[in-house]
Design a binder for this molecule. Structure first.
Ligand SMILES: [Zn+2]
Length: 360
């Protein structure tokens, strides 16, 4: 859905934004500063046992009451609705702490009740922690649902840093996908099939620069993790400004969604997206292909995926399905003969051949 007919629409940004080390122990102060005294808390599975004490201490110090708390296990939209409308009436803010599910759950509750949502990601495996959408189960299938940008984002790099490497590679793949998404968006606009927003595109390009001009590609360094986090955050806001997911999602995301549908064991979102970004950049003859290849190599992304490659047969099925996933949605995959070109590339390109394998 596009908002282009409402040029003066209000754009939301996170009003509380803290990224750095030692942020979770300061949560109480951040919340009090914004006059939030009564909160609902949604935890990712198993996280309360690890982080509960730190948070409780901070909340108690500042007299913040946890009126409701829940561990999030399921994300079907009916359940989120039920929980949201049964929450106590005196809640000032909803806090979600965790990876994807807890944030999606809490974000949607906040959106339904028009209560500020504060996103506290414990890993940065995709741009969902600061995007205007959430991923919920609708009729048994994962679907992106509109939910509004978070009121607050608090990222404690001490916590993020301890997450497994796969999360960073996934976040990196999701971030680099802006390269192909922006190409698709621009081309779609030229064909009269989308409305381009120069400012949102500029933000998304700038967020990529943060990664490309980094001298360190060591994914374990705080410096790299901070850049990745900042980039993902800005790309989330670019979607809010554009009023569409176009600046952050294009052909490469269609392939990943298709892989989720056809794969026996889908891999993490950003890994599928990252590999598909490389393929789609080749198909687009994208001018950033060299930089893209460099970042993927230097960070060890390719090497990481190679250890557990995508399945060739599933990938080919996904390629066939991908252009049909969204109606009237131009991407490079809409081009004539692109399917056979893509299959040829995954069979012959020396990088793709080891990332997508028949034997896996
Ligand atoms: Zn994504």
């Amino acid at each position: 859905m596009a908002y282009y007919s409402y040029p003066n629409k209000q754009i939301n940004i996170p009003y509380l934004l803290k990224i750095g080390e030692g942020k979770l122990p300061k949560m109480g102060r951040y919340l009090v500063d914004k006059n939030f005294n009564n909160i609902a808390l949604f935890w990712g599975e198993g996280l309360e046992g690890v982080l509960g004490n730190i948070l409780t201490k901070s909340l108690q110090t500042y007299g913040i009451n946890v009126i409701y708390k829940q561990e999030v296990k399921f994300i079907n939209i009916e359940e989120v609705n039920k929980v949201a409308f049964n929450l106590p009436y005196n809640i000032d803010a909803i806090v979600g702490i965790g990876g994807g599910k807890a944030l999606d759950f809490a974000k949607y509750c906040g959106y339904l009740l028009k209560i500020p949502f504060i996103s506290v990601p414990t890993s940065t495996s995709n741009d969902g922690f600061c995007s205007p959408n959430c991923s919920l189960l609708v009729d048994g299938r994962r679907k992106s649902v509109k939910a509004g940008i978070p009121f607050g984002v608090v990222i404690d790099l001490d916590i993020v840093k301890s997450s497994p490497r796969v999360f960073f590679y996934s976040g990196l793949g999701d971030m680099l996908s802006k390269i192909t998404a922006l190409w698709d968006w621009k081309k779609a606009a030229q064909k009269g099939m989308a409305h381009y927003n120069d400012f949102a595109a500029l933000m998304a390009y700038n967020s990529l620069d943060l990664l490309f001009i980094k001298h360190s590609f060591d994914i374990n360094s705080t410096e790299f993790q901070r850049s990745l986090t900042n980039s993902l955050l800005i790309s989330g806001i670019a979607m809010e400004i554009a009023g569409t997911s176009r600046p952050a999602s294009g052909s490469e995301h269609l392939i990943s969604h298709a892989l989720d549908a056809v794969s026996k064991y889908p891999q993490m979102h950003g890994l599928q997206v990252g590999v598909s970004t490389y393929l789609c950049a080749l198909l687009q003859n994208n001018s950033s292909i060299e930089s893209l290849r460099e970042v993927f190599f230097k960070t060890g992304f390719f090497e990481f995926v190679e250890q557990n490659p995508l399945n060739y047969y599933e990938y080919v099925d996904a390629l066939r399905l991908a252009p049909t996933i969204k109606q009237d949605y131009y991407t490079v995959l809409s081009e004539k003969d692109i399917f056979s070109q893509a299959v040829e590339l995954i069979e012959q390109d020396e990088i793709l051949r080891v990332l997508i394998k028949k034997s896996s």
